[in-house]
Design a protein around this ligand. Structure first.
Ligand code: SF4
Length: 154
């Protein structure tokens, strides 16, 4: 997996203070996408074991308390990202008790594959669906267009 940005302290992508990772790779090609540079899977830089460890350490850092981890992109549920995302969410579940995990994807919850659902079974919130320019509403919170749904899963 490749990534574009990692913000160790972020207050705009999900509730509370969070760690946020933007991954590379997205097939949805939504007109008006705010993050076109992330579409290519091989854009950005490699996601390394060191980066994974830094995320775990940041989530457990007691000096700046984080509510959880946000995964966006690009699409964290792009089939080629799923193996690394699954390993990361498994580690967060095991090693970061009490932290929540939010994931943004262009897929719809009811069209996910069993592999993608493995990730979803471990997260707290999935914000799903493509960005639709005609349904764009700046007043919406945590989503760009009104077709997207915030699924509180656990
Ligand atoms: S799903 Fe998100 S990243 Fe992918 S094209 Fe649509 S708006 Fe852009």
């Amino acid at each position: 997996m490749n990534i574009h940005q990692y913000y160790p302290v972020d207050v705009v992508n999900g509730p509370g203070t969070r760690c946020t990772l933007f991954v590379a790779g997205c097939v949805h090609q939504c007109p008006g996408c705010y993050n076109k540079s992330t579409w290519r899977l091989n854009s950005g830089v490699a996601f390394t074991p060191e980066m994974a460890q830094k995320i775990i350490d940041d989530l457990n850092d007691t000096r700046v308390r984080r509510q959880g981890l946000s995964l966006s992109g690009g699409d964290p549920l792009h089939p080629q990202n799923v193996p690394d995302i699954l390993k990361l969410v498994q580690r967060v579940r095991r090693e970061c008790p009490g932290k929540d995990i939010w994931v943004w994807t262009g897929y719809k919850l009811d069209e996910l594959t069993p592999q993608q659902m493995e990730v979803v079974s471990l997260i707290n919130v999935l914000v799903d669906g493509k960005f639709v320019q005609d349904l764009r509403d700046p007043a919406l919170i945590w989503r760009g267009s009104s077709n997207q749904v915030i699924h509180h899963l656990r």
